[in-house]
Design a protein around this ligand. Structure first.
Ligand code: ADP
Ligand code: MG
Length: 249
């Protein structure tokens, strides 16, 4: 079982969109995938049709042995979900001293090939739990002027977690999201990000595509909602790149 964290402390950069659609394509590729919604806003959960859930990850964190009872199946074959509930917002206090809580939950959930974790927009205790549990991280970067701003905070935190808690933690790759190829700015940002991260940047760039923003309100991943869209093609390619890299770790 390989554990992938989707992290960036900025909000609105495409973490949840990436978590849902990457998970769905990994499942379509024949893997048994568990998507863990670590954000109290629950966007990954509602985007897969789980709204108003009463119990989920928070309860599993309190009692890892019971984790399996909070996992739900999604409409996508091979894709299971451990949903978020609003009470996860308060879990930061409890998790501040318990960096291994998420790991304990995942250890209690055998039987998946891949776990994809949708992290919250912060570097707080929930995200530290993600970094402590993950084998590898995917960092979505919005292709805009300030794309690289604030990343030093993330990479410093990754380094500290690697030293103190999880020596095997690596960055699987950086995914450019919401790319608007019609603008010079987006192309400059892409060059800049590739110059900075080199081969860590996935070749598949996710375009800005309205279908990707519509799919969650239909509670479907993009492959089920608009399979012929540019967004679908991009996430399918990204999932193939992710699989190639995962097989090497
Ligand atoms: P995060 O989880 O990092 O906060 P989201 O995945 O929720 O980011 O994306 C923020 C907003 O942008 C959402 O409304 C989402 O639907 C939209 N969005 C994300 N990726 C794209 C894209 N490639 N094209 C168009 N809209 C997108
Ligand atoms: Mg999100």
């Amino acid at each position: 079982m390989k554990i992938l964290g989707i992290v960036n402390q900025k909000g609105g950069v495409g973490k949840t969109t990436t978590a849902i659609n990457l998970s769905a394509y990994l499942a379509a590729g024949g893997r048994r995938v568990l998507l863990v919604d670590m954000d109290a806003q629950g966007n990954a959960s509602s985007g897969l049709g789980q709204r108003g859930v009463q119990q989920g990850l928070y309860q599993a964190l309190l009692d890892p042995a019971s984790a399996a009872s909070f996992v739900v199946e999604t409409g996508t074959p091979g894709l299971s979900l451990l949903p978020a509930t609003p009470d996860l917002a308060g879990a930061g206090v409890e998790l501040a001293d318990d960096t291994g809580a998420l790991r304990a939950v995942l250890d209690a959930l055998p039987g998946y090939d891949l776990v994809v974790i949708d992290a919250p927009p912060s570097l707080g205790p929930l995200t530290i739990n993600v970094l402590a549990a993950a084998d590898a991280l995917i960092i979505p970067l919005q292709a805009e002027y300030y794309a690289l701003e604030g990343l030093a905070g993330l990479t410093d935190t990754v380094e500290r977690v690697r030293q103190a808690l999880n020596p095997g933690l690596r960055i699987l790759g950086v995914a450019l999201t919401m790319f608007d190829g019609r603008t010079n700015l987006a192309q400059e940002v892409e060059q800049n990000v590739r110059g900075h991260f080199g081969e860590l940047v996935f070749w598949s760039v996710i375009p800005r595509n309205v279908r990707l923003s519509e799919a969650p309100s239909y509670a479907k991943p993009i492959g089920a909602f608009a399979p012929m869209s540019a967004g679908a093609a991009a996430y399918k390619r990204l999932s193939e790149e992710v699989m190639q890299r995962v097989e090497k770790i």
